[in-house]
Design a protein around this ligand. Structure first.
Ligand SMILES: [Fe+2]
Length: 166
């Protein structure tokens, strides 16, 4: 039987994933305000992906026969100095998510909760991808710094991301 503490931690992570969605929605809003619609689309898709992550926790908690407890979502950061800043803040956020997932996995391992460990493995792999993709965009943004053509090409590329299938 899974411990109460581990269920609480799973709930915390579910709510943190909802918060992640909020944080990316704020980044999308900033990009829209700056008329950078491609970047806005990218962040909207990212927000949708985070909602799907949260729902994976929701479903898993239900499958355990436990209650998914929906909490308040804190206000995310809404001030960004530039698109680069928005991506740098996103990478920092993903690093925090990775830390939390690792802590959760440590706990599941301590409790020998194999089903939870298996469930979390997907997130461990996903975090490698998330960090790598934000890092790659940051590197490209830094390289194209003053090249507005390259900037709009990148925006166009990221704008092709779909919110239906993020
Ligand atoms: Fe996530």
């Amino acid at each position: 039987m899974i411990s109460k503490e581990l269920v609480t931690e799973l709930n915390k992570q579910m709510n943190y994933e909802f918060y992640s969605g909020h944080a990316y929605l704020a980044a999308a809003a900033y990009c829209s305000k700056e008329s950078l619609d491609g970047f806005a689309t990218f962040f909207l898709a990212q927000a949708e992906e985070e909602r799907q992550h949260a729902m994976k926790f929701y479903t898993f908690i239900n499958d355990l026969g436990q209650e998914a407890v929906i909490a308040d979502i804190p206000q995310p950061k809404t001030d960004f100095a530039s698109v680069l800043d928005a991506f740098e803040q996103s990478l920092a956020h993903e690093k925090e998510v990775t830390k939390r997932i690792y802590k959760l996995a440590d706990r599941a391992l301590d409790e020998r909760e194999h089903a939870t460990m298996t469930f979390l493995n997907w997130f461990i792999e996903e975090q490698v991808e998330e960090e790598a993709s934000f890092d790659a965009i940051i590197q490209r943004l830094k390289r194209i710094e003053t090249d507005s053509n390259a900037f709009y090409m990148l925006e166009n590329e990221l704008g092709k991301r779909s919110t239906q299938n993020p």
